[in-house]
Design a protein around this ligand. Structure first.
Ligand code: FAD
Length: 561
């Protein structure tokens, strides 16, 4: 039964999804939770959790009432009130991160108290209660992010790349924050004076109203906000998964759910390339599409639920493969021992160095030319394809099918010699395709959506064109620099696996076993490669997820060898 206590107007408990965020547990459920923890009284004004506290306990209120407060040097904010039969907690708890909120008793009563570890085990072992808790925690986090209620205030200019980077980092890590735009918010200057911040030190991140991080790097933010606080870097893992894109997150979910001790290393934020997609419409089970950010957030929470640990803003700098266990050296020098390794570091598209490119990705600038991107084009729109190899040729022909003009911009003197003859012939036979050699884009302009492009031609002249769609088909580079020569790569630097490995590759790598490398296994036993980093990959979320999942079956086999 829902509590009948009066509901105060607070951002979370008054929100549209309040019932999803604060469900009432049934008495049988509370009894099951109580059997795992302790029952204790709570007294009005008692602070149960302080903002920033680590090792955060979990409470189910059986009587009385708890206020959830966002502490801030600029004034506390009452965020929610937890009534009888409801429970406290936020995704931070699951992630083992410090508390963002203060919990203060507003009406004396009694609670069931579980430690963070007891709560974690509860979620993993009691499917019914686990589902109720996970749903509530995820909805609370979504609402906190949507309303910008967190322990972090970001101040900077919307025109600064560093501000955009920090915003992207916090958003893609689902960390709620409030943003104050230096150029728009009149009170910002006073605030900066109060924290003794000079304009040159912007952007700044102010946490819990006290700490001021001046133009912090992603790693500094991750360290300060405790993203990686509880993670042990010393003990040997069954599997270290490098990269938390769709492939790495899928591997983490399957590894942890099947009882493996799995650690994921992510150089930036969970989600990889897919995380930057505004809407993925071809992933099974999401008929109306899902944003890459949401898909990644769900997968991340799922991996944590099963007990996988994910290190954020930590790059693998080197694979150490001269003995078993393998070692994965981090960019901060620590080396993590690993019985098996899954390489899921994906690829990055070669991007022209245009200052505002990121602003138009998905809204005028695309890295694929499929029916989905094509659907964004209006009839008769001119389009630009950048690149001179097969992918650019295919895109140009595909886009020209509806009769629109396609400008193919190539930096070189001609299309690539590697372009297939059939594509060359079709391009020659299509009058609406215009090849512009020794030409490159120098500026992108638009408000929200791309509206205009400037390009420089072979004579050095710069001209402006009202073209709203640019397809960058300049190829992808695999993120394999850290592999340190440990595994065989193809000529483009992608990791070879399974039947792609030749006898020569195996001889060069001194493959030590009688069996051949398994599917997804590299030239080094127990080192697997999945997703976009793998030679022959097909650049899709579903295939990356599939490969990440399958690889775990092979990890089990290798661990039993
Ligand atoms: C804008 C965009 C839209 C897309 N839309 C779709 C779509 O609609 N449908 C679809 O099916 N596919 C889409 N794709 C393709 C899809 O996103 C990729 O195929 C998929 O993300 C590949 O997953 P992955 O896990 O193999 O690699 P990635 O997504 O590339 O992830 C690799 C991860 O590894 C991390 N990493 C790299 N190096 C290191 C290191 N040294 N240490 C630690 N971590 C490291 C990276 O930070 C990254 O998070 C899109 C791609 C882009 C760029």
């Amino acid at each position: 039964m829902m509590s009948t206590a009066t509901t105060r107007s607070t951002p979370l408990t008054s929100a549209a999804h309040a019932a999803l965020m604060f469900p009432a547990l049934r008495s049988a459920q509370i009894a099951r939770i109580a059997s795992r923890g302790v029952i204790r009284p709570i007294t009005r004004a008692e602070v149960l959790i302080e903002g920033g506290q680590t090792d955060v306990p979990f409470f189910v209120v059986t009587s009385g009432e708890i206020e959830v407060i966002r502490p801030s040097g600029l004034g506390d904010l009452l965020v929610a009130v937890v009534h009888a039969n409801q429970f406290t907690g936020d995704v931070s708890m699951l992630l083992g991160r410090p508390a963002q909120m203060r919990l203060r008793v507003s009406e004396s009563g009694e609670v069931v108290q579980l430690t963070r570890d007891q709560m974690h085990v509860l979620i993993q072992t009691d499917a019914e209660i686990g589902a109720v808790l996970m749903k509530a925690l995820i909805y609370r986090r979504i609402e906190l992010v949507a309303q910008g209620i967190g322990d972090v205030l970001l101040i900077g200019s919307a025109h600064s790349a560093a501000t955009l980077r920090i915003k992207a980092f916090l958003t893609r890590n689902d960390h709620p924050y409030k943003y104050l735009d230096l150029d728009r918010d009149a009170d910002v200057r006073d605030l900066l004076d109060r924290f003794r911040v000079k304009p040159a030190e912007l952007p700044v991140l102010i946490s819990r109203g006290e700490a001021v991080l001046k133009n912090p790097g992603n790693q500094e933010i991750a360290d300060y906000l405790g993203f990686n606080g509880r993670i042990d870097r010393v003990h040997q893992r069954d599997v270290v998964i490098v990269g938390a894109g769709p492939a790495g997150l899928a591997a983490a979910v399957y590894a942890a759910s099947e009882g493996l001790d799995a650690l994921v290393l992510e150089a930036s934020s969970p989600g990889g390339q897919a995380g930057s997609s505004s809407r993925i419409e071809n992933y099974l089970g999401f008929p109306t599409g899902i944003s890459g950010q949401e898909l990644a957030g769900r997968a991340y929470a799922q991996a944590q639920k099963f007990g996988a640990e994910v290190m954020i803003a930590k790059s693998a700098a080197e694979l150490i493969c001269d003995g078993r266990p393998y070692g994965v050296r981090l960019d901060d020098g620590a080396t993590i021992p690993a019985r098996t390794v899954i390489v899921a570091t994906g690829a990055r598209y070669r991007k022209p160095s245009l200052a505002n490119l990121g602003k138009f990705e998905g809204v005028g600038v695309y890295y694929n030319a499929t029916f989905m991107e094509e659907a964004q084009l209006a009839d008769g729109d001119d389009v630009i394809v950048v690149g001179g190899a097969n992918s650019a040729g295919q895109a140009a022909i595909f886009l020209a099918q509806t009769g629109r003009r396609v400008h193919v911009l190539v930096r070189a003197d001609s299309l690539s010699e590697s372009m297939s003859r059939y594509l060359l012939r079709r391009i020659e036979e299509t009058p609406t395709i215009h090849i512009r050699t020794r030409t490159e884009i120098v500026a992108l302009e638009g408000n929200g959506h791309l509206e205009r492009v400037q390009w420089r031609d072979g004579t050095g002249a710069v001209s402006s064109h009202d073209i709203k769609h640019v397809f960058l088909m300049t190829g992808a580079e695999a993120n394999t620099g850290w592999l340190n020569g440990c595994v065989a790569l193809d000529e483009k630097g992608f990791v070879k696996t399974g039947s792609d490995l030749t006898k020569g590759d195996l001889a060069a790598a001194q493959w030590p076993l009688e069996r051949s490398p398994g599917l997804l296994e590299t030239s080094r036993p127990g080192v697997f490669a999945v997703g976009d980093v793998r030679c022959g990959n097909i650049k899709r979320v579903a295939s990356a997820v599939g490969e990440g999942s399958i690889a775990i079956a092979f990890v089990h086999q290798v661990l039993h060898e």
